[in-house]
Design a protein around this ligand. Structure first.
Ligand SMILES: *[C@@H]1O[C@H](CO)[C@@H](O)[C@H](O)[C@H]1NC(C)=O
Ligand SMILES: *[C@@H]1O[C@H](CO)[C@@H](O)[C@H](O)[C@H]1NC(C)=O
Ligand SMILES: *[C@@H]1O[C@H](CO)[C@@H](O)[C@H](O)[C@H]1NC(C)=O
Ligand SMILES: *[C@@H]1O[C@H](CO)[C@@H](O)[C@H](O)[C@H]1NC(C)=O
Ligand SMILES: *[C@@H]1O[C@H](CO)[C@@H](O)[C@H](O)[C@H]1NC(C)=O
Ligand SMILES: *[C@@H]1O[C@H](CO)[C@@H](O)[C@H](O)[C@H]1NC(C)=O
Ligand SMILES: *[C@@H]1O[C@H](CO)[C@@H](O)[C@H](O)[C@H]1NC(C)=O
Length: 485
């Protein structure tokens, strides 16, 4: 059961899930538009849901998790007028079984974007500042082909991006690209997709184009080949395209998915695979424009040879069209929510469900470990203790880091999966954190261990790289609290 038709779903470092809903434009006048779900209390409906509050409309906003010590969630942009300038922050608190008291903080008069943005992409840069890019000035309005940095450096303004102006509005409706995978980063459409590359430069994918930007000036360093497949009509296709952007003469690899799909959700899993689900097989977006729900759940394994990477899983059971999300839970399951199709024959969907990936369908008990410290620098060793596996031996475990994300419109902003080096002696394993902020931009990660057949443990949160931009002291303005650095 649910109380909201969410279009943003985020797992907090308190292991609770926040949901944000269209506000003002929602047809449910009884909704505040913001709720937090305590997964430990799902058997007690009234206890499980905490009501939160928003002031402006997050419809078509973007979100990321900050690298500050509180793991705050930031949400920028939105539906129209003041909301498109919105900057909203939430500091996760409470713990499983115990309600938090923090709410979303927002004070438009004190803190707003420089430019109104409907459909902005967001990214934590390697230097710890926040990049916000693109969108339109309002719903189906003129383009906002620029980027801005938060917190705003002294004297800085927006940076114009001619490639977003040229490709507007298609860069918002790249909904016909069912999946783009960059290394193991997920980007299933519609927002400018941003990620830090191992060289320290910024990748941006938009419309059917992609390029690499200088991280200081944001000038284009390299134009990558166009992605295969036109993204400007409503023919839903079964393309999956992937690229290693920084190899010499990088090209897109085109693979065929088992079914065609638009409005896909893609979830990076602890074993390095990607779960693909939800969406439609016909049309685009909501408002009567899409139909034929895709119930086919698909797993993508990037370690297998090209054209052998997809496996078809058990179907999902609820039609989830426009505004559906899928996110990874701390126990390795997937929380699937939403569908706000505004289309006759398809409900505004309040039911949420969990999907159990095959790695939890084997009957094997999940591995366990203990961790005490949670805050690490780069190329630093730390230990986990009491490592226990119930299949194979500790000598054959894997360790993975799955970055904290916030998912909207199937875009898991911040997605990244790493497999750090480690050694084990007895039941203690020593893990080496990633080498630098290019490979691993500052932030929070779910740390997993996996047994020899890929059964994941439960995750613990670790922070790697600190808070170099001192976001924890920001914003020091009326209406906001901040955790310090
Ligand atoms: C709002 O009303 C709908 C039914 O109209 C109900 O399903 C939903 O749970 C209610 N939401 C809240 C927050 O009470
Ligand atoms: C948490 O707060 C909500 C109100 O927002 C309440 O309905 C619920 O019972 C509380 N849960 C617990 C575990 O106290
Ligand atoms: C459900 O939670 C409420 C607090 O929100 C509590 O009063 C009630 O006893 C709980 N019910 C059960 C069956 O645990
Ligand atoms: C990070 O880089 C951006 C782009 O050059 C710059 O505007 C910002 O001030 C930098 N942040 C820090 C903390 O140096
Ligand atoms: C759609 O894309 C195709 C391939 O890129 C191009 O040939 C065609 O002109 C585009 N149509 C429109 C209306 O932009
Ligand atoms: C990249 O392309 C250029 C021009 O076609 C060619 O000369 C060069 O050998 C290629 N490099 C690699 C590594 O394939
Ligand atoms: C499909 O569901 C059945 C019944 O729950 C389960 O036994 C089987 O392992 C599932 N298959 C996959 C590929 O997860």
């Amino acid at each position: 059961m649910n109380v909201v038709v969410p279009l943003i779903a985020t797992l907090g470092i308190n292991n609770k899930v926040t949901f944000l809903e269209k506000h003002g434009t929602s047809e449910f006048q009884n909704s505040t538009g913001a709720y937090e779900l305590d997964l430990s209390l799902v058997s007690n409906f009234s206890a499980a849901w905490r009501t939160m509050n928003l002031q402006t409309d997050v419809f078509c906003s973007g979100s990321v998790i900050l690298p500050d010590k509180a793991g705050r969630q930031i949400n920028v942009g939105g539906w129209s007028l003041d909301s498109t300038f919105g900057v909203r922050l939430y500091t996760p608190d409470g713990s499983p079984g115990v309600n938090g008291t923090n709410d979303w903080e927002e004070n438009f008069h004190e803190l707003s974007l420089l430019a109104g943005r409907w459909y902005p992409g967001a990214l934590v840069l390697s230097n710890g500042s926040i990049l916000v890019m693109g969108g339109e000035t309002g719903s189906n309005a003129s383009p906002q082909p620029s980027l801005e940095i938060m917190p705003l450096p002294a004297g800085a303004g927006t940076v114009h991006l001619d490639f977003l102006e040229r490709t507007d509005p298609y860069n918002l409706y790249a909904a016909h690209i069912p999946a783009i995978i960059i290394f193991t980063h997920a980007m299933p459409s519609s927002y400018p997709f941003l990620t830090m590359l191992p060289s320290g430069r910024v990748f941006v994918g938009y419309y059917n184009e992609a390029r690499i930007l200088d991280p200081v000036t944001f000038a284009t360093v390299q134009v990558l080949p166009n992605m295969p497949g036109a993204v400007n009509n409503s023919q839903v296709i079964d393309n999956c395209v992937s690229i290693q952007p920084e190899v010499p003469n990088a090209t897109w690899t085109l693979e065929r998915m088992p079914s065609r799909r638009v409005m896909s959700c893609m979830v990076p899993l602890p074993d390095g695979t990607m779960m693909i689900m939800n969406g439609a097989m016909e049309g685009v977006a909501g408002f009567g424009l899409a139909g034929d729900p895709n119930f086919n759940a698909v797993l993508y394994d990037p370690t297998l040879p090209v054209n052998q990477r997809f496996s078809i899983l058990n179907n999902t059971i609820v039609a989830r069209l426009y505004h559906s999300e899928a996110i990874l839970l701390p126990d390795g399951r997937i929380l699937v929510s939403g569908s706000d199709p505004q289309t006759p024959g398809f409900p505004e969907e309040m039911r949420i469900e969990v999907y159990v990936p095959p790695y939890l369908n084997t009957g094997i008990r999940q591995p366990q470990y203990s961790i005490t410290a949670t805050d690490f620098g780069y190329n630093q060793k730390f230990t986990i203790t009491n490592v226990q596996v119930f299949h194979g031996s500790i000598a054959n475990i894997k360790v993975s880091l799955v970055a904290a994300v916030s998912s909207t419109h199937g875009n898991a902003m911040g997605a990244r999966t790493l497999f750090p080096a480690f050694t084990c002696a007895g039941t203690t394993c020593t893990i080496t954190t990633p080498p630098n902020a290019f490979v691993s931009p500052p932030g929070w990660w779910q740390l997993w261990i996996l047994d020899d057949v890929g059964t994941p443990s439960h995750s613990s949160w670790v922070r790697i790289g600190g808070d170099p931009a001192k976001l924890g002291n920001w914003p020091n303005l009326p209406g906001f609290t901040f955790p310090g650095v």
